[in-house]
Design a protein around this ligand. Structure first.
Ligand SMILES: O=C(O)CCC(=O)C(=O)O
Length: 324
């Protein structure tokens, strides 16, 4: 396992930020100013402002959320109660990932629209060139001209101390802002996907810190990963490029948020799934390709094993050549 450090920067301007984004490698910004929230948000402040606002959270008896065993339930409760439970419930762990008000209407998470009492606390720093409702742009075309990034969603993330969120990828670039508490983030590059035992967008390797001998038994390929690590301190923000796998551990009670944006070329080329409210549905051509792989396997299975294996090898070789 190759362990690498995520670089940290400060005093970024538009140009240096864009240059770093272009590299498509995660990096941390030490001093990005997202407004009043950076200094004012605390458990008490949010309880006071958001009081009875209902939120739906993951609740689990185990700190490591496991999407295979489904070791969690969804609970809807008032915001102030959720915060108290995060801090004081020693039987359970809680995780809030805010969502849109109406998922059937394809409503995406928008922290400032869904939590209006705190909407003025959040401003996206201008060096990120993320298009805001207050900006003049009326269309993607306008954003092309202004060089704006297209904001897709903004998500509230609150978790109990020690909560671990499973390794997954998103198809959008995002900035994860850590406001209260420290958080460890481990990332794996997209070309490590063959080592991660994927099930859709998530890795079946739930405990990425298991001792090596156990990993060797259960997930031997996982030992080949390049593991990029950082601890996000309060006030730091992490750029997570699309398709980079990430796994987070709240080292303390944690308050944060993140901003996902869409790639303009992919919007223009109609690549995004229109019903995606989380930013984790694969691009349209990838979905078609997966369906064709299923068909391909069906065709191959019609033949005797000797022929199936032969043609499978020929096809794998053809695909492998495409990668090189
Ligand atoms: O830290 C978290 O709560 C998860 C963050 C995450 O998955 C993301 O920013 O895409």
């Amino acid at each position: 396992m190759n362990v690498l450090t995520v670089e940290k920067y400060q005093n970024l301007d538009k140009q240096s930020f864009n240059e770093l984004i272009e590299k498509d490698i995660p990096f941390v910004i030490r001093d990005a100013d997202f407004g009043y929230c950076m200094t004012q948000w605390s458990a008490d402040y949010l309880k006071d402002r958001l009081g009875e606002t209902k939120v739906t959270v993951h609740q689990s008896m185990q700190s490591m959320l496991n999407f295979i065993d489904k070791n969690f339930l969804y609970k809807t409760l008032p915001f102030n109660e959720m915060i108290d439970k995060c801090l004081n419930d020693d039987q359970h762990y809680y995780y809030l990932r805010s969502i849109g008000s109406d998922r059937r209407a394809r409503d995406v998470a928008d922290i400032r629209a869904q939590f209006t009492e705190i909407s003025d606390d959040v401003t996206i720093p201008s060096f990120m060139s993320i298009c805001q409702k207050t900006d003049e742009c009326r269309s993607t075309q306008d954003c092309h001209q202004t060089g704006h990034r297209q904001l897709f969603s903004s998500v509230f993330r609150i978790s109990s101390k020690d909560l671990v969120l499973w390794t997954h990828y998103d198809i959008l670039d995002n900035i994860l802002v850590q406001i209260k508490g420290r958080k460890r983030v481990v990332l794996f590059p997209p070309d490590n996907c063959q080592y991660l035992y994927l099930e859709s967008d998530k890795s079946r390797v739930i405990d990425i810190d298991e001792p090596e001998d156990l990993l060797r038994e259960k997930f031997p390929l996982f030992l080949n990963v390049d593991r990029y690590e950082c601890v996000l301190e309060e006030g730091e923000s992490l750029f997570i490029p699309s398709l980079w796998f990430h796994n987070t551990t709240a080292l303390e009670f944690s308050i944060g948020m993140n901003f996902f944006w869409k790639d303009k070329q992919l919007i223009d080329d109609n690549m995004y799934n229109k019903s995606d409210v989380y930013g984790n549905k694969d691009l349209n051509p990838a979905v078609d390709a997966f369906a064709n792989v299923d068909k391909l396997v069906k065709h191959l299975d019609k033949m005797p094993k000797k022929f199936t294996d032969f043609y499978l090898r020929v096809i794998i070789n053809k695909l492998q050549n495409k990668l090189n």
